[in-house]
Write a protein that binds this ligand. Structure first.
Ligand SMILES: *[C@@H]1O[C@H](CO)[C@@H](O)[C@H](O)[C@H]1NC(C)=O
Ligand SMILES: *[C@@H]1O[C@H](CO)[C@@H](O)[C@H](O)[C@H]1NC(C)=O
Length: 327
């Protein structure tokens, strides 16, 4: 009943979409405190929920160790949280079997911030706040801002940008509740993101999506994001774009752009040899196996590290920048 009501409400709203767009609220905002010494550390994982199989549990164990070593404050998920088709409902046992009972280490009992990219199946199940009652760590929304003083994270719902999901869904069934009409949804999302980036005074600006903008992996570049999202990120001079979707670990530091492109999509669904093109401008690192990423930030320094399932450091990136000032 609620679904039906939402659906009809969407159509009513669609008729007035022009004025709705201009008066509607901005991206929802969450705050997460930094440490007393002014630093923040976190882990980033993507493409993971397979009930512990396919090395998911091994990745989880290493996250626990590294999380403890870095005394992490939070975890970020780049999406594709529950395979194959998201959660069927808030009662889907996968929530426990692929999340709550897998990431059990003490250091991982922190808030998990996640975008939602599981549009196949029941899109609203993962977004339902009731899940937070089942596991307090869980916070999943389509698009939102996470502010942590020294850094602002902008979570962007990238799935609705991709044309083929609408034009050539194949045998997949997508649940577009909350997204239609698509054109208005995307226009509003980009406008809200632009406003949020404009308002941000954090020294570091990190945008998180599910789909890569640039990648040499299986799926590769996402043309729609290059055309529509990237120009906004460039105007606002963001520092990093972090994604999953390609089931690998990857770092591209384009010579033409100031943005570091980081892929953390090795939570479980990775396999050897899954690589599309060997040469791309600025490719620094590519690993076609399972693993995850950590980030340690202070006001002026950032350290990114990629790990495999044995906790071995595969690659790191150190950035430093002057203190940003709005004066
Ligand atoms: C801040 O404190 C944490 C321990 O709470 C420590 O792991 C980290 O290295 C410190 N960072 C800096 C920049 O001093
Ligand atoms: C688990 O990881 C190891 C080491 O990277 C790899 O050799 C193996 O193929 C992985 N297993 C699966 C099922 O992906």
């Amino acid at each position: 009943m609620a679904g039906l009501w939402n659906h009809s409400l969407q159509w009513v709203l669609a008729c007035f979409s022009f004025c709705i767009i201009s008066i509607s609220a901005e991206l929802q905002r969450f705050e997460h405190p930094i440490k007393a010494n002014g630093s923040l550390s976190l882990l980033v994982i993507g493409d993971w929920g397979r009930r512990g199989h396919y090395n998911q549990s091994l990745v989880a164990d290493q996250m626990g160790w590294i999380g403890e070593k870095l005394n992490i404050d939070l975890v970020v998920s780049t999406g594709d949280n529950f395979y194959e088709n998201g959660l069927t409902s808030i009662h889907d046992p996968s929530f426990k079997k692929s999340f709550a009972k897998i990431y059990t280490a003490k250091s991982l009992q922190k808030r998990w911030y996640s975008g939602n990219h599981d549009y196949r199946g029941n899109v609203e199940a993962q977004l339902n706040p009731i899940l937070r009652k089942i596991d307090r760590r869980w916070l999943c929304l389509r698009s939102f801002v996470l502010s942590s003083g020294i850094v602002d994270f902008f979570f962007v719902d990238t799935t609705p940008f991709v044309d083929k999901y609408f034009l050539r869904p194949g045998h997949h069934t997508y649940d577009w509740r909350g997204v239609l009409p698509r054109k208005e949804y995307l226009a509003k999302l980009l406008k809200d993101l632009d406003l949020a980036l404009t308002a941000s005074t954090a020294n570091w600006k990190i945008v998180i999506g599910h789909h890569p903008i640039q990648s040499i992996g299986h799926h590769g570049d996402t043309a729609e994001l290059i055309v529509r999202l990237l120009p906004i990120l460039e105007v606002h001079d963001i520092d990093m774009y972090i994604n999953g979707h390609d089931h690998c670990l990857e770092h591209i530091s384009s010579t033409r752009r100031h943005i570091q492109f980081l892929t953390s999509g090795g939570g479980s669904k990775a396999w050897n040899g899954d690589i599309d093109q060997l040469n791309q401008d600025g490719l620094k690192f590519y690993y076609d196996g399972q693993g995850f990423m950590s980030a340690e930030l202070t006001q002026t320094e950032a350290r990114i590290v990629f790990y495999d399932i044995f906790g071995k450091v595969l690659h790191n990136l150190d950035l430093s920048k002057e203190l940003y000032s709005t004066m």
